[in-house]
Ligand binder design. Sequence first.
Ligand code: FHN
Length: 493
Amino acid sequence: PLLIFQTNSGFMRNNFVKILVLFLLFGTGVSAQDPAKTLPADLEIPLKYGAERLEKRQDASMRKFRDNRLGLFIHWGLYAITSGEWNGKLYDGPSSFLLKSANITPKEWMKLMDRWNPTNFDAFRWAQMAKRMGVKYLKITTKHHDGFCLWPSAYSKYTVAQTPGKRDIIGELVKAFDAEGIDVHLYYSILDWSHPDFRYSIKSKEDSIAFSRFLEFAENQIKELATRYPTVKDFWFDGTWDASFKENGWWSAHIEKMLKEMIPGITVNSRLRADDYGKRHFDSNGHLMGDYESGYERRLPDPVKDVGITRHDWEGYMTLPENQWGYHKDWTLSYVKTPFEAIQRIAHATSMGGNLVINFGPKPEGDFRQEELEMADIVGKWMKKNGECIYGCDYAGLAKQDWGYYTRSKDGTIYMIVFNIPYSGNLVVKMPKGTRIEKAILLEKGRKVDIVETSRDEYNVCMPVKDPGEPFVIKLQIEENVDVEDKYWDALT
Ligand code: FHN
């Protein structure tokens, strides 16, 4: 950079300043969790493969994606058979990483295909469970990092078609979920441990040729999926963090464009994308690539510090144990989240304008474990009573309070989703200037709740019941543009 600066070219100097500013702003990599750091427009560098747009997409498909708010992730594959155990040894890492953690060769791993025969798999039963749970979409792994495909791909020998089970799992799921009116999103891992042409990095001409072949293979598979299952609403890419992939940002832009031409309205996650300089999720100018940010995995943005995230769409992902996606036989190895903790995360995500996807990992035969069925049941019951404060709702623009989360519906109703009950029995609400709470109602029972104005723009909303036994929701009707006579004096300090 110093050399560039010493040249006398105005162009070079100008670009040097831009690159320096970029470096100061973003360091060596903009992470998915470092959004909204954008450059002043005149300092932006030209990009061929950067963000498509600067604002949220507002077409019907994107609005549907956003309004869905709650999704179900399903990780299913050969790792369900091994379920975290290899040669009598139990591994406590993710069961879907067993090939790596137990040092298994892909050839050995793929012998598991002889045991893939999910006789209890019933896509309609899965769809009914999803319906009861109140999820509006399913994200299903078509191919995880090991390379095994849940559809009969013409481009791979590691697919369901070469197993005793034979059935096209993706096809059956798309049919059953479409019938229940639940959107289907397809997960596809670029990282592929069993493909001979996959490379983590490109160190030679041979690597470069092999990786080009690999990208062609991946493109063929993605095209194949979009052609076979044209009713799907989203493609969700994973395994895109390696140097080989980051050097091929053009390809990620090409795939996004190709999918959008093949399936109008389709949504694509930011994890697919890398720009001209290998920046992922957010381009070198700090703008989100893809349609929604997909970096919040097993954690959520901070409701106070990360409020800037409400400027774009995003989706968060939650496992039930600490880090298990596929089926693992022993859940005592880590903490397992309760249904109320899941509900809290759903509220948290909606309150910041994001979606939450809860992950299940079915058993090899095609059944869900008891804990997952209970989770589906309790979340579903709660959503049935209170879904009004989640579906179609968004960030409310009010200061976070300790009792829980606010959301706002399209008609301007504010919801208070209460998880923590204060000793005072009063739930503090701070409203923006020029607005007033008109009425508070307990959502489930429709009963009026008392409100006391305590100081300028502040209210106590009284606890409607002593111990409701579960998170509850209060609906606030707001009057805007109120010309309130100011009876509160400011302190002279
Ligand atoms: O390694 C995977 C993991 O198994 C799982 O598929 C998750 C889902 O978001 N993604 C990867 C890690 O980021």
